[in-house]
Design a protein around this ligand. Structure first.
Ligand code: CP
Ligand code: NVA
Length: 324
């Protein structure tokens, strides 16, 4: 581990081995909430929100505190960033005080600019394009129920719904990094950016995974190990609510669709969920659903990610402990 400033802006900012290391560290934090305390001091981490949040806000606030640090949570409405102060200037200021910057915002270019001017790790807490922290939590949940982190490569995952949104993009890249067989299904007009599919395919070639993009929801879930969905209307798209419901009904995760997956398939949803829309109550509240473990795993996965990024910056692998 050499001295290096690493960021987590998109799911392929880490490679296969690094993802495994972070997930194994996440398992350690699951067993012991106080496994590592890299922000002892307390050192502050700035956690910025330009969009609403329940899980990300609570898991980063509590997570930073449990790592020994102080979470400085700032909302758009109460910051100068929200009034148009340049991202560059915000980065220059925060980086002189904080030991990490976590940001939920709109365009990916904004977190990239923040990272360019920051001298501490920057973490994407959701942009319009990606939600990499969620994917770490989701894969930690699969590891929890599927015999550990080493069992993840080769698993088949299916994501249904808005296949052009941040979750879809992140499953494509993150699943490819993990060596999974990733299938995403959505209606015409809501399929992923071809560049992201190409990036995911290039990674999957190296990790032994595969990428399938389809409009066929039944083919996507056939024999899958885990089925995922997300809201049909992401934050920022509220004005499209009426036109967005129609095309997605064939992609609703309901008991008929779940029957096509493996009999012991898991169901996950990043939440918030809209019962009766992208998923039926019988599935999300049923026996195959692990959504509450998934939500809890945001805490463990992000503590692992922050500890891992700090270990790089401080050139101190001892922060990770023994992961084998
Ligand atoms: N899954 C997720 O990011 O939830 P919040 O929007 O509540 O943070
Ligand atoms: N795709 C959703 C994810 C919410 C966690 C959104 O961006 O609103």
């Amino acid at each position: 581990m050499t001295h290096e400033l690493r960021h987590m802006l998109r799911d392929d900012d880490i490679n296969h081995e690094e993802q495994k290391q972070i997930l194994k560290l996440g398992m350690k934090f699951r067993e012991n909430r106080f496994y590592a305390r890299p922000f002892e001091g307390p050192q502050a981490v700035a956690v910025l929100f330009d969009k609403p949040s329940t899980r990300t806000r609570s898991s980063f606030s509590i997570g930073v505190a449990e790592l020994g640090g102080y979470p400085l949570v700032i909302d758009k409405s109460s910051s100068q960033l929200g009034r148009g102060e340049p991202v560059e200037d915000t980065a220059r200021v925060l980086t002189r005080m904080a030991y990490g910057i976590v940001w939920r915002t709109f365009g990916q270019d904004r977190v990239e600019t923040m990272a360019k001017y920051a001298t501490c790790p920057v973490i994407n807490a959701l942009t319009d394009q990606f939600h990499p922290c969620q994917i770490l939590a989701d894969f930690l949940t699969m590891a929890q129920f599927r015999g550990g982190v080493d069992a993840l490569a080769g698993q088949t995952i299916a994501y249904l719904g808005d296949a052009a949104n941040n979750m879809s993009n992140s499953y494509l890249l993150g699943g490819a990094v993990a060596g999974m067989h990733v299938r995403v299904a959505g209606p015409e007009g809501y399929l992923p950016d071809p560049q992201i599919v190409a990036d995911a395919k290039a990674i999957a070639e190296k990790t032994g995974g595969s990428i399938t993009v389809t409009t066929d929801s039944q083919a996507a879930v056939a024999d899958a190990d885990c089925v995922f969905t997300d809201t049909w209307v992401s934050m920022g798209e509220e004005a499209e609510y009426a036109i967005r419901s129609k095309p997605f009904w064939d992609y609703q995760v309901n008991p008929e669709l779940m029957k096509l997956a493996k009999p012991d398939a898991l169901f996950q949803h990043c939440l918030p969920a809209y019962r009766g829309k992208e998923v039926t109550a019988s599935v999300i509240d049923g026996p195959q659903s692990v959504v509450w473990d998934e939500a809890e795993n945001r805490l463990h996965a992000q503590k692992a990610l922050m500890t891992w990024l700090i270990a790089w910056q401080r050139e101190d692998p001892s922060l990770l402990g023994d992961l084998d």
